[in-house]
Design a protein around this ligand. Structure first.
Ligand code: ZN
Length: 662
């Protein structure tokens, strides 16, 4: 991995000087120095300024901005500016506009109005990147390349004729022959058998349920197609600027469109954009999930929070301002979980355009404002903890996470529409968060040997190899917990016959003969007092012991929670979705059995995460409650610059970072 960041924790944001008169730029740089800004992202939406007409470039203004920043000691994350083609491009190449599944064109006028398979878009985008990389590839201020922006945010799939051609090419590569495609897609059903490749289409609007494997393959193709766009730009940058690391800003954890497991290895630095749902009282727990997933995509290495908001955003139904102290707490939550700093959208809140009500580091009100004062305090705080750079978070707990299974499990015509993938993972992650345990997210094929406990909240689709991988984890002494409707289908969505949960039947020692989803808002009580929701099923023991069964109704006596010992390991199975209290009780029990320990004993509403470095370890304490929190710690508290000898008191809503005595 190429070194990043070069000198300090990253602190700054998207800087869009083209929105302001040049007279503002000098003041911008003075204010950046006042706030402690170390890095800005330039040029994300500058295509129309850099190439005002086709093939004619204007870099003079960008030269002046970069030199101004460099003179002030501020580094640049330089964008390739390809996320929003200018109006001249769409006019010259109308075939590049994306189409929806029902054949409507998405017109220019907002952003991202391009088909990922458009050869005209690829050619124009890489031509622009060529010029940018030639000009700035060796500029000392440029420490990071920022390819495009939030790939797939608005157009993750395109159903146009050009995309249909590329989809067929992708399918030929995958299957080799139409016979194999027909077999994989199960086209014997509903008279769908294909006799010619030209008959194969993207999954456009159909009278009834479309072919599920066609839809899943289109999801796979669409992720690959945007990744090809990224690679094309990245390869240009590598030629001109081989020593500068490359990133593109991802959108974990709620973005379903791209299989980021296949993207992450292509990035030198994994970076993420994260925005709270302002009305969600547990937004900070969601934040932790996003940060944990981003760190996991980075393979445990440090990563970068590329975008967040200093206060309200502009795209939710009600855009709630952050309360005093929340900016600091939210930022340090990302840093605690591995981010090498914090960047924001954007430096100066826009005076015009679709995002003018999105908060900035410099708000509309100017510097006589709470937001500006908190931004300056945050810059100083990040300066005080700069020594944490390069330290890592090393959990011994993991949840399996898989985009392809997510795409598959939420398809139509399934036993229930209530199994929401994110909700399932989030419920497990939140319960572990409340237990004080930091959690990795792992792909099903990952080496799991470093973990004591692995949970599988939902894994409808699993390959034979990944199922064997989980078996090896248990055989090696690990503790596994598998949730319902997992192991059901293979990569072509064919049912694994002979009883559910197909791929995990032998490992878990359970055979399920029939699903019995619950009515809306229904629940089912278990014999140990736990409460199930959404799902139940008729199961038999084939090697496991029953720990709890359904206590009433048609499934009374059928096992609901089981355990099978395998050498030193254990394979637990849960055949329902537990309510929050029941799930937390189960996870407390099973993680205790597995020997997992939080950094300090769990304390309601107090988040504690440890980063380990070569010279020292750092304990991050975030108090999300309205009361002071007392946490056992010894060392030097870096934000308040005070020694801690046994007990650290963190004020309500406060943050502490302790360099621990070894
Ligand atoms: Zn298209």
């Amino acid at each position: 991995m190429k070194p990043f960041p070069p000198a300090a924790l990253a602190f700054g944001g998207d800087y869009n000087p083209e929105q302001w008169p040049e007279s503002t730029w000098t003041e911008d740089v003075e204010l950046m120095r006042e706030a402690g800004v170390t890095l800005v992202t330039l040029g994300v939406f500058s295509w129309a300024w850099l190439e005002p007409t086709e093939g004619e470039y204007d870099f003079d203004w960008l030269d002046r901005v970069i030199d101004l920043l460099h003179g002030a000691g501020i580094s640049v994350d330089l964008a390739t500016a390809t996320a929003s083609p200018p109006p001249w491009f769409s006019r010259a190449y109308p075939d590049s506009l994306p189409e929806t599944a029902d054949g409507r064109t998405m017109w220019p006028g907002s952003r991202q109005a391009y088909c990922p398979s458009s050869p005209d878009y690829r050619r124009a985008a890489t031509a622009l990147v060529e010029r940018i990389a030639e000009r700035y590839g060796e500029h000392p201020a440029v420490v990071l390349w920022h390819v495009n922006n939030e790939y797939g945010c608005h157009v993750s799939h395109c159903w146009c004729d050009r995309s249909a051609v590329e989809f067929r090419r992708w399918l030929r590569d995958r299957y080799g022959s139409l016979d194999r495609l027909n077999e994989a897609w199960g086209t014997a059903f509903w008279s769908q058998r294909y006799g010619d490749w030209e008959e194969v289409l993207p999954p456009r609007l159909t009278p009834s349920f479309g072919n599920p494997t066609q839809a899943l393959d289109f999801d796979r193709f669409s992720s690959d197609e945007l990744l090809a766009c990224y690679r094309a730009e990245r390869d240009v940058l590598l030629r001109h600027s081989p020593d500068v690391p490359v990133t593109t800003n991802l959108m974990v954890a709620k973005f379903k469109g791209l299989d980021y497991w296949s993207w992450a290895p292509e990035l030198d630095v994994v970076s993420n954009d994260h925005y709270l749902r302002g009305e969600d009282p547990l937004g900070h727990v969601d934040l932790a999930l996003a940060a944990d997933l981003t760190r996991s995509l980075a393979g445990g290495d440090p990563w970068l929070l590329m975008e967040s908001s200093t206060s309200a955003v502009n795209w939710q139904p009600r855009n709630i301002a952050k309360v005093p102290g929340q900016l600091r707490r939210n930022t340090f939550a990302h840093v605690a979980r591995g981010s090498e700093g914090a960047m924001f959208f954007q430096w100066r809140a826009s005076a015009a355009g679709a995002e003018k009500f999105h908060a900035g580091m410099v708000p509309h009100a100017g510097t006589d404002s709470r937001v500006w004062r908190e931004v300056c305090l945050l810059g100083a705080d990040l300066g005080r903890v700069a020594e944490i750079r390069g330290s890592v978070v090393q959990p011994d707990v993991a949840l399996l996470w898989d985009w392809q299974s997510w795409w598959a499990v939420e398809q139509q015509a399934h036993p229930t529409g209530d199994l929401d993938y994110i909700e399932q993972v989030r419920s497990y992650h939140a319960a572990l968060w409340r237990l004080g345990l930091t959690t990795d997210l792992a792909r099903p094929s990952a080496d799991l040997s470093r973990y004591r406990f692995v949970a599988v909240p939902s894994l409808y689709l699993v390959s034979d190899a990944s199922a064997e991988n989980l078996g090896s984890f248990v055989a090696g002494g690990g503790t596994l917990l598998v949730g319902p409707f997992s192991g059901i289908v293979d990569e072509s969505l064919r049912i694994r016959l002979g009883g559910y949960p197909g791929a995990f039947r032998d490992l878990l020692g359970v055979r399920v003969e029939e699903f019995s989803p619950l009515p809306a808002s229904g629940s089912v009580r278990l014999s140990d007092g736990k409460v199930g929701r959404i799902w139940s099923e008729h199961a038999h023991l084939t090697g496991a012991e029953s720990l709890a069964s359904y206590s009433s109704g048609p499934l009374a006596g059928s096992p609901a929670l089981t355990r099978r010992s395998v050498g030193d390991g254990q394979a637990w199975y849960l055949g329902t979705c537990l309510d929050d209290a029941s799930l937390q009780a189960l996870l407390r029990e099973v993680t205790t059995v597995a020997g997992c320990r939080p950094p300090v004993p769990a304390h309601d509403g107090v988040e504690v995460v440890r980063r380990d470095g070569a010279e020292a370890s750092y304990l991050f304490v975030l108090n999300h409650t309205a009361d002071p929190a007392v946490v056992p710690a010894r060392g030097r508290e870096l934000l308040g610059e005070a020694d801690v000898d046994g007990a650290l008191t963190v004020p309500p809503g406060g943050v502490a970072v302790v360099r621990e005595h070894r």
